[in-house]
Structures are given as structure tokens and as C-alpha cells.
Design a protein around this ligand. Structure first.
Ligand code: C2O
Ligand code: CU
Length: 459
């Protein structure tokens, strides 16, 4: 039986207006209501901030299930705009992927949509709006989705660390400048308030406690650089997918939408700080701090073991695999001369009039034809050339890829890869999930301004 929180029951009772097309109105689907809310976003006694959130909160309710569980949620749209929910990083049925115009229609205000899928991979995932997302995600429409391994690692605490970047006005309201050409053509809509929230939010730790830290970057556009102090351990997963061999944890980069799971021990002694650090333009800031009180045990626990693998194929030899190149152009100082938009060849001026400034293989916005048509079970390689002066975080829906490394080896599974300016990196993926899958830059401003395409996996 699905569980309801009191809030969900009340919200559901008041707000579910079933559209005629919604059909099979199973009474027991938990409601995920997208609506306005007010929160004390900035700590202190300043004003509350009006947000858009699932359940009226940011992040929305944490959805946490055992691996293999079925997840059902009835999206109820109480927003003034159409919306849809994308379950980021989950390898689920295409019809449940939540991409308006590709896998479903956007859900109009007052209507609903039933999502129903199986969480076949364990790990740290999240969900967010995929409609007018430069605005809707910036206003707070996202939540966490944690799928637990059947065999839990030995831990004292399991903490989700959500890092976000808000653009707030003087009165702590969310600035409503979501569609600015300058942001869209540069590094995206960057905020002025870096926020970290932890679930659970502990005040104190003990020396030699073992923690799992699940970092999630929910910012629309900002790349985060994060460090640890008084904590030492290993990275055990990227973007939800376990590493075969855990890597020593050090300072790390978290592009928009990326996740990193670490298992770390508190090595700070009583009175010393255990901290998360934030690095920006060479300066280090304290993102958050725990007080260390006492000792959990006299010594650290033993080695961090790898998490059990998820049921995704590991590629080995891709030397003869078909290549589908993707060239990214455009943006400020990018010299984009022309591109095709909605089937029409346009000059830069015409593109800008249409809010488009970036292109993939000479096409801005969703192309009529997919980047590739791939047979189910086929593997492809996508060399991605970033021919722009900005970094981009490329994300594929429906599966995870592996990077093809310089020596021909393959990196760990990921769903989002960060490319530096003027860098070429190559990914390989096994088409294991039939359907039409979006492939886009997860800097949501860039996505809106042209950086999206799709791949068709034929059953
Ligand atoms: Cu986080 Cu297209 O998604
Ligand atoms: Cu980008």
C-alpha cells in the first residue's frame, strides 16, 4: 500500500480534478501536487519566499523505495502553467519519462497525470519539472528520489546533500527574470544565494562515524565545486550508478543534475570541524559545518566496499562501434552564423528573435529527426565536440552512458557529463530501453536556447 502523508491527503482531497482523458482513476495513487508555497528559504528572520514546489515545498517529498519497487504518483497541477515530471536518471518506460512534446503532453493547470514505473536501479536520483524548466525548476519544482540497495552498507548516517543556487531579490523573492538573453547566451541563469540542505539535518557528528553523503546539484545552471574537511573516504557512485571500485574522495565538481555518492568517515576529532566546503573562483567558503562531539569508536571502520552493481550492462570493447558525432556551437562569442530552427534556415538575428542561440549539428532546438535511430541492443558512440567557449553538462534520458577514455577504456556509468569549453569527449551507450529519449544540455538556460536533440531506440 502506498503511504500518504497528512499533507498529501489534504492536498489530494482538495485539488484532484481528473481530466476526462486521465482514465483508470485508481483511488490509491499518492498525489504529487505541484503548487505554490511559502518557505523560509534564507535562514534568519527575513521574509519567506514564495516558491513553486511539489507538495508546496522545496525540495518536494523525498520518494524513497527499495530497489525493484513500483513507484506511482499522480501529478496534480495546481500551478498557473502546464507542467510535467521527469524522473532524472531512472531507466523507466518511455511513456513515463515526463518530456512534453516527446513522451507526453504537458499537463494543463487543474489537470493530472499518473506516473507509474519500476525503480530497477538503486541509487541517488531526483525528479523535476521538464516544462518551462528554466522557470519551473528555478522556482523550486524538484524533489529527491532514493532507491535503496537490498544490502545496505554499514553506516551511522545516510545523508542527502542538496546544493542549489537561487537568484533572489532584495526581499528574498525569486527573481522572475527567467528568460534573459544574456543568461541564455552565456553561462546560464546564475543565482546569488548558494543553498545547501541536508536530509537528515544533523547538528553533531562523532569521530569515526561512517556517513553516506549523497550530493545532488539541483541548480538550473551553476557548476558547483565542493570539498570536504574532517571527512575522509571514497566515492561509491556517480549519477546513481555504483563504481566497480570506489575512488578516494577529494574535492569534486558537480555539474547541474549530477550526483555523487560518497562513503566517508568522520576523521575530525572532538572540537575540530567537519565541513562541506564550496570553492568559487579560487576562494573557499564553508558550505555547512557539523560539530564533532565525542567518539563513535576508537578506530575507523575498515575499507569501503563497492555497492552491489545495478542491472545495467557494462561495455567493454567499443572499437568497432558506430559513431554518431555531435557538435555543439553557438552562445556568446561563439560565432554562430546560422542554424536551422523549426525546419527553417535562420541567421543569428532571426535565431535570437526566436530565443535560440545554441545549436547541435547546426540545428537549434528540437530537430524533426533524431540524432540517431538505434536498434534495441545496439551500442553507439557519440563524440561530443564542444565548439563553444562555455562548459556544458550533457544529459541523456532513459539510460546511462560510459565515457570512452583516451586510452580506449571506458569510464563509469553516468547520465550527465560535463564538457569544458572547446573540449571533445566521447560517450558510448548501449540502447537498452526502447523509445524516444531526450539528449540535452542540463544547463537549463542552454536547453531552452537550443541545446536539445533526441535519440530513438527502436524496439
Ligand atoms: Cu534532469 Cu532532461 O533532465
Ligand atoms: Cu550548456
Amino acid at each position: 500500500m502506498p503511504k500518504f502523508t497528512r499533507r498529501q491527503i489534504l492536498a489530494g482531497a482538495g485539488a484532484v480534478i481528473l481530466t476526462p482523458g486521465l482514465g483508470r482513476a485508481a483511488a490509491d495513487i499518492p498525489v504529487l501536487e505541484a503548487r505554490l508555497g511559502r518557505m523560509q528559504l534564507v535562514p534568519g528572520d527575513g521574509p519567506e519566499t514564495e516558491i513553486w514546489g511539489y507538495g508546496g515545498e522545496v525540495p518536494g517529498p523525498i520518494i524513497r523505495v527499495p530497489q525493484g519497487a513500483r513507484i506511482q504518483r499522480r501529478l496534480v497541477n495546481s500551478l498557473p502553467q502546464p507542467t510535467a515530471v521527469h524522473w532524472h536518471g531512472l531507466r523507466i518506460n518511455n511513456a513515463m519519462d515526463g518530456v512534453p512534446g516527446l513522451t507526453q503532453d504537458a499537463v494543463p493547470p487543474g489537470a493530472g497525470f499518473d506516473y507509474d514505473f519500476v525503480a530497477k536501479d538503486a541509487g541517488t536520483y531526483w525528479y523535476h519539472s521538464h516544462n518551462q524548466s528554466t522557470e519551473q525548476v528555478a522556482r523550486g519544482l524538484y524533489g529527491l528520489l532514493i532507491v535503496d540497495e537490498p544490502q545496505q552498507p554499514d553506516l551511522d548516517h545516510d545523508i542527502v546533500v542538496v546544493v542549489d543556487d537561487w537568484r533572489l531579490t532584495e526581499d528574498d523573492a525569486i527573481a522572475d527574470d527567467f528568460n534573459q538573453a544574456h543568461d541564455w547566451s552565456h553561462a546560464g541563469r546564475l543565482g546569488n544565494y548558494i543553498q545547501v540542505r541536508q536530509f537528515p539535518d544533523l547538528a553533531t557528528l562523532k569521530q569515526n562515524q561512517r556517513l553516506r553523503l549523497r550530493f545532488v546539484n539541483t541548480a538550473t545552471d551553476r557548476i558547483m565545486q565542493i570539498g570536504l574537511q574532517g571527512l575522509d573516504g571514497h566515492v561509491v557512485a556517480y549519477d546513481g550508478m555504483p563504481l566497480q571500485v570506489p575512488e578516494p574522495a577529494g574535492p569534486f565538481i558537480l555539474a547541474p543534475a549530477q550526483r555523487v555518492d560518497m562513503i566517508v568517515d568522520v576523521v575530525a576529532a572532538e572540537g575540530e570541524p567537519a565541513r562541506l566546503l564550496f570553492v568559487d573562483r579560487g576562494q573557499t567558503y564553508i558550505l555547512s559545518e557539523w560539530e564533532v562531539t565525542g567518539q563513535q569508536s576508537l578506530a575507523r571502520r575498515g575499507m569501503v566496499a563497492a555497492l552491489a552493481a545495478n542491472p545495467i550492462a557494462v561495455l567493454n570493447d567499443v572499437s568497432t562501434t558506430r559513431k554518431v558525432p555531435l557538435v555543439m556551437t553557438g552562445g556568446a562569442m561563439g560565432g554562430l552564423q546560422q542554424a536551422v530552427y523549426k525546419g527553417v534556415e535562420m541567421t543569428t538575428e532571426q535565431l535570437i528573435e526566436n530565443g535560440q542561440i545554441w545549436a547541435f549539428n547546426g540545428v537549434a532546438g528540437m530537430p524533426d529527426v533524431p540524432l540517431a535511430v538505434v536498434g534495441l541492443g545496439e551500442t553507439i558512440r557519440i563524440p561530443i565536440t564542444n565548439d563553444t567557449v562555455f562548459p556544458h553538462a550533457m544529459h541523456i534520458h532513459g539510460t546511462h552512458f560510459q565515457e570512452v577514455l583516451a586510452d580506449g577504456g571506458l569510464g563509469p556509468h553516468r547520465d550527465t557529463i560535463l564538457l569544458a569549453p572547446n573540449e571533445t569527449r566521447e560517450i558510448a551507450l548501449l540502447a537498452d530501453n526502447p523509445g524516444d529519449w531526450l539528449f540535452h544540455c542540463h544547463m537549463l538556460s542552454h536547453q531552452a536556447a537550443g541545446m536539445r536533440t533526441w535519440i530513438r531506440v527502436e524496439a
